[in-house]
Design a protein around this ligand. Structure first.
Ligand SMILES: O=P(O)(O)OC[C@H]1O[C@](O)(COP(=O)(O)O)[C@@H](O)[C@@H]1O
Length: 497
């Protein structure tokens, strides 16, 4: 019954169910279960290869190809204009080519630095384009079309205000659109004598004017004032406005939810001859509904003479080598530059924070001997590096408020106008609001500006504004407001110049 079996007989076959060890030579012959003819099983190596090929060549069941695409974006919401009592289609999406980085140095392009340190630094500093792209592109329900410009790499002012991030009421977006359009027009007129000539002969009530500025010594103020007034009226969003150039406020109508105060063209009297930068400064308040029942003149005055802390938005447009717009809608300070090719203000400085300390002071030094002792001591000490900062301060003075302000919010420092020269309602409140939104401080020497209740429309006061640390240091000197040699009327001061 016992036989010598072959080695192969002991090898596991596909039909065999037994997995027990079989001694190769003296094993009991097994009963065949399979009925198929016996085949020679492949050697173990061949088995592995065979299985491997089987595995590789195994045909996978065909996957059904998905043809579904991401759902199309929701249709842009139309923009409602209460002025025309109708909906406007959103603006078409225009593809704008990316803008080249602003300050690309040709030298670094030709001789790329090989040091790993500078390469790391270069990587850390994002280019202007990538910087725009890194920001998320929030889509607003109210201003969907404009917000799409974000995806094209540029954030225009309209897109910025339309995003949910800035949380701005659509009426304010419309008002700001009219304001910025007016400022673009002023910029064009300022830059072109031909435009200036045309504006002076336009239907605006501009006084007779000659190119030599002979009839009206400051025609640009009148022209800018008229451009702004027309824009505000046509926005349909303004109930009342007051301009530094007007004697009394203007009431447009009870429909407008906002009140606007502005200085149409702030700056040194020399700007008519293009020697200094100039600016438009504006502030926006809500209309005081409780005053609606009052007579026109009364309610207009009450509305435009609100405290600065009630401002909803403020801004300035600086007409300089570039046209710069800085605004706040109550949640930070943002800077835009006019892209002359696009004709749009494009976001260049998001969320500006004024440095806690600077090393620049800005004041008309020519009035040094009119200053009170506190102010003299302060300026003497920072000039000599004996202030809290232990740095010798530099002096910069443009004699143009927004120009000095723009430098101060970017580099820090302090602007001082110790005489009662600047107007609380039309310029100082807006400037103070912007500076506080950027983390700085604004005082009149004793009080926080935004808490001062205006007592008359053209009220003037001292202004000390800038980096928090610098303004606080000056405040500690106490006696900083100029009270001697104040011209009773600033306009007389103009004549001197
Ligand atoms: O020449 P001064 O007396 O230093 O005054 C300069 C200041 O006067 C202003 O030009 C005032 O201009 P406005 O008359 O338009 O308000 C400021 O812009 C500037 O800060």
């Amino acid at each position: 019954k016992w036989s010598i079996s072959s080695r192969s007989a002991a090898a596991p076959s596909s039909s065999s169910t037994s997995s027990s060890f079989a001694f190769p030579f003296f094993s009991k012959p097994r009963e065949r279960v399979s009925t198929s003819p016996p085949t020679r099983p492949p050697s173990s190596r061949l088995t592995i290869l065979y299985r491997l090929f089987q595995y590789i060549l195994r045909k996978k069941p065909a996957q059904p190809r998905s043809r579904s695409r991401p759902p199309p974006p929701p249709p842009a919401a139309p923009l409602y204009s209460s002025q025309y009592n109708t909906y406007f289609a959103p603006p078409p999406v225009v593809r704008i080519p990316p803008v080249a980085p602003m300050y690309s140095s040709p030298v670094s392009k030709w001789f790329p630095s090989s040091s790993s340190q500078s390469r790391t630094r270069a990587r850390k500093t994002p280019s202007r384009e990538s910087w725009f792209r890194r920001r998320p592109a929030p889509i607003s329900n109210s201003y969907h079309g404009a917000a799409r410009n974000v995806q094209d790499g540029l954030i225009t002012m309209a897109a910025f205000l339309g995003t949910e991030r800035s949380n701005v009421d659509v009426d304010l977006v419309v008002l700001m659109a009219h304001l910025q359009a007016a400022c673009k027009q002023i910029a064009t007129v300022l830059a072109s004598p031909r435009e200036l000539q045309q504006e002076s002969s336009s239907p605006y009530e501009t006084p007779p004017f000659s190119p030599s500025f002979g009839d009206d010594p400051r025609p640009m103020i009148t022209i800018s004032n008229n451009i702004l007034q027309t824009a505000l009226r046509s926005s349909g969003k303004v109930a009342a406005m007051s301009s530094e150039a007007d004697d009394a406020p203007t009431w447009f109508g009870d429909d407008g939810p906002y009140v606007v105060v502005f200085d149409p063209l702030n700056g040194s009297p020399e700007f008519d001859h293009h020697t200094t930068p100039t600016s438009t400064i504006f502030g926006v308040y809500h209309r005081i509904l409780e005053a609606d029942h009052l007579p026109l003149g009364q309610k207009a005055t009450i509305n435009v003479m609100q405290r600065g802390e009630r401002l909803v938005a403020a801004g300035y447009v600086l007409y300089s080598s570039a046209t710069i717009l800085c605004i706040s809608v109550g949640s930070g300070l943002y800077g835009f530059a006019l892209d002359t090719e696009l004709g749009e203000f494009v976001l260049t400085h998001p969320d500006i924070r004024i440095p806690e300390r600077g090393h620049i002071y800005s004041v008309n030094d020519g009035r040094y001997f009119d200053w009170p002792l506190g102010l003299r001591h302060y300026v003497d000490s920072v000039r000599q590096g004996r202030g809290q900062n232990r740095r010798r301060y530099s002096s910069r003075y443009m004699a143009s408020l927004a120009a000095d302000l723009h430098r101060t919010i970017l580099y820090g420092g302090i602007i001082m106008n110790p005489s009662s020269q600047l107007q609380l309602v039309h310029e100082v409140n807006s400037v103070s609001f912007l500076v506080e939104q950027g983390g700085g401080r604004a005082i009149d020497g004793r009080r926080r500006i935004l808490e001062i209740q205006p007592t008359h429309l053209h009220q003037r006061l001292s202004l000390f504004v800038g980096s928090r640390g610098d303004v606080s240091e000056l405040e500690a000197y106490g006696d900083v407001q100029q009270v001697i040699n104040i011209h009773p009327d600033y306009d007389d001061d103009d004549d001197e110049l």
